[in-house]
Design a protein around this ligand. Structure first.
Ligand code: SER
Length: 397
């Protein structure tokens, strides 16, 4: 390998290296590792590395959203309860506050973020603060602040303190001019939502910081995520969560997307496992820094048919929301995640039948009802009207 002597030579090498192939890149990115916040290069921010301790010290931002608590529980099993800090600007409910470390963090306040990272010797950061697609369209300026300005703070603090940084991206990072079935990792990305624009920005900025400053940035494009014990907030794919609440509560569901709207989806257990797997993957296995991940792809009609197998009296009606429908129509119908499967061995566990059984089982078990099996149908398991009061828990969080 030739010796690199000057900054201009380094920059030239960086720009010429393949856009997404860090295995073949020979650029010594640490050479450029002064802080983007103009802190002196000799400040030695890189003195604590992930490898210094046996396990990472983890911070999760936006911890009270759909995925944060599940991720914290998942990571705590692996790294120990006290090594995973959940954070948010909102006050946590009792059960979350008492289940492990929780602190206030505001990603728009850089000094607050830095203090948390320093005081807790954070080594891994999962950045989950974001406004989702539908709610973002209703609050563009807030979405811009949280999803873009907030990301800048996170990138800077992660670079200064040599963190491994995970930022979720999404099917929403694609738009109507992207190939939709399937959508590959690398293709045109011209999203039409502030959410999508901010996520493309996050992908590009993260990759830029990786090549420019050596930031260990890792990013997965999530499909719509379906979780049993937490509610999403303001997403276009949320119907696929709400349907289980409504099917078990009163046997019917009004869908805000058209029956044949096909979108990629994933059960939360697969999503959390993929997230940990990409974070633990050896650097040399990552040919890219942003990967599609996929599990299944279905329409509201297909999902309803699967629910109907277990809840024979289930009824779905359609009352289309024009904003959400336009968003969904511009998104991938199917995700090509072959690079994730090839590079770090991604493999999903849950397809549509397992997803539906698991979700209905979860809801059924919370009511104290017998678990659903292929042979115990919902109708025989309970009188739906009589168990409605016990369903309230699912609508909180
Ligand atoms: N679940 C997100 C949304 O619908 C997409 O990633 O906004």
């Amino acid at each position: 390998m030739p010796v690199i002597r000057t900054l201009s030579q380094v920059v030239r090498r960086m720009l010429l290296s393949p856009a997404c192939d860090c295995r073949t890149s020979v650029v010594p990115t640490r050479f450029l590792g002064f802080s983007p916040r103009q802190i002196p290069a000799d400040a030695n921010f890189h003195s604590i590395s992930v490898t210094e301790t046996d396990h990472p010290c983890v911070l999760i931002t936006g911890g009270l959203g759909q995925l944060g608590v599940g991720l914290a529980n998942f990571l705590r099993k692996r790294f120990g309860k006290d090594n995973v800090i959940l954070s948010d600007i909102r006050k946590p409910p009792n059960h979350i506050f008492h289940s492990g470390p929780f602190i206030y963090s505001d990603i728009l306040d850089y000094k607050n973020l830095r203090e948390i990272v320093v005081n807790n010797r954070i080594t891994w950061l999962f950045h989950y603060s974001a406004l989702l697609s539908a709610v973002g369209e209703a609050n563009v300026s807030l979405a811009r602040d949280v999803n873009i300005t907030g990301l800048h703070n996170v990138l800077d603090v992660a670079t200064e303190h040599n963190l491994r940084l995970f930022v979720p991206s999404t099917i929403g990072a694609f738009g109507p001019t992207s190939p939709r079935n399937p959508t590959p990792d690398l293709c045109i990305q011209r999203p039409r939502t502030i959410y999508g624009v901010s996520k493309v920005h996050a992908e590009l900025m993260g990759e830029y910081y990786h090549y420019r400053y050596g930031l260990d940035f890792r990013c997965l494009r999530y499909p719509g995520i379906i979780s049993a014990d937490s509610q999403p907030g303001g997403g276009t794919t949320d119907y696929a969560v709400q349907i289980f609440h409504d099917a078990t509560k009163n046997g019917k569901f009004e869908c805000n997307l058209k029956p044949n709207t096909r979108l990629p989806m994933m059960y939360i257990d697969d999503c959390l496992r993929a997230t940990l797997e990409v974070m633990e993957a050896p650097e040399k296995s990552l040919s890219m820094r942003t990967y599609n991940i996929n599990a299944m792809s279905f329409t509201p009609k297909e999902l309803a048919q699967e629910v109907l197998k277990h809840v024979p009296e289930f009824q779905i009606t359609y009352n289309v929301d024009a904003v959400r429908q336009a968003i969904a129509d511009s998104w991938p119908m199917n995700f090509d995640d072959s690079n994730a499967r090839k590079d770090w061995g991604w493999k999903h566990d849950f397809d549509l039948p397992e997803l539906v059984t698991t979700m209905l089982n979860f809801h059924g078990s919370d009511t104290g009802l017998p678990k659903l099996t292929e042979n115990i149908k919902w109708k025989s398991a309970c009188n739906l009207d009589s168990c409605q009061g016990k369903m309230i828990k699912f609508f909180m969080l």
